[in-house]
Ligand binder design. Structure first.
Ligand code: PRT
Ligand code: MG
Length: 226
């Protein structure tokens, strides 16, 4: 007789652990890491239109969502674990997440940038008030406030590099990795805000309620990092 028919005695089935991650950079750099952790999706996330993917492990699934939504899914337990850029985590307003480990992937830096012509005669140390276009409203406000600089922030959802070209703002706060996008648009980095990489985050309740199952996945990933 099976354990279930015996009235639930015997080992309970292992709960499913959902890992939220986004298409693009995070999944491109995250999949090789997951593979080293012994976790491989059963179909190619880049091609599949499925939002929840099975993996080779029966109790691990991948949930594919927008990068900026990862903290929300994990916070509310819609995913137990998630992979999110530190930029997204710093900008996120909720709490209720554990930042477990730096995965060292999708590395870049968050910078203040401005047109090269302006930078030639500008000194960030002399700033008292700046107008910046950015999608990182909270991070920017905190960054400048800590330096006693007043800010006028223009919230954008993408292509921040365009803002100085069209007179929306002289300066932007944006991610830079190779620097090619800034260069192509005549912009230069003038101030460092933060070094960024993707982190593994966890839902606080899942760390207690599904402890063994979540820990098994976290341990695999930690081992893959070496
Ligand atoms: O693109 P989409 O609107 O779908 O969402 P998203 O921009 O949130 O996702 P995605 O996949 O572009 O970025 C996910 C995460 O990757 C970010 O949250 C960062 O943590 C990380 N990351 C690492 C980057 C970059 N490097 C990066 N270079 N995210 C964006 N960029 C952009 C940057 O904003 C700029 O437009 O790339 C451009 C600059 O690149 P370089 O190489 O020209 O300097
Ligand atoms: Mg993007």
């Amino acid at each position: 007789m099976s354990a279930a028919k015996q009235g639930g005695r015997g080992a309970a089935p292992s709960p499913v652990v959902n890992i939220a991650l986004s298409k693009g950079r995070i999944i491109e750099e995250g999949l090789p890491l997951l593979a080293r952790a012994g976790i491989t999706p059963s179909e190619d996330p880049a091609r599949s239109r499925k939002l929840i993917l099975d993996t080779n492990l029966p109790d691990v699934k991948l949930t594919i969502i927008r990068a900026a939504d990862v903290p929300t899914y994990v916070r509310f337990g819609a995913a137990d674990l998630g992979v999110a850029g530190k930029d997204v985590l710093m900008e996120y307003e909720g709490d209720g997440l554990y930042e477990l480990m730096d995965l060292g992937i999708a590395r870049c830096r968050l910078m203040v940038a401005e047109p090269a012509g302006l930078a030639a005669r500008d000194d960030p140390k002399s700033w008292t008030r700046v107008r910046v276009a950015t999608k990182y409203v909270n991070i920017s406000r905190r960054h400048f406030a800590a330096k006693g600089i007043q800010t006028d922030i223009i919230k954008l959802y993408g292509s921040m590099e365009l803002a100085p070209l069209v007179g929306l703002s002289e300066r932007i706060v944006d991610l830079v990795s190779t620097g090619n996008t800034l260069k192509a648009n005549g912009l230069v980095e003038v101030e460092h805000v933060a070094d960024i990489s993707a982190w593994l985050v966890a839902n606080k309740a899942a760390m207690k309620m599904k402890r063994d199952a979540v820990k098994a996945v976290v341990d695999r990933i930690a081992a893959a990092l070496g």
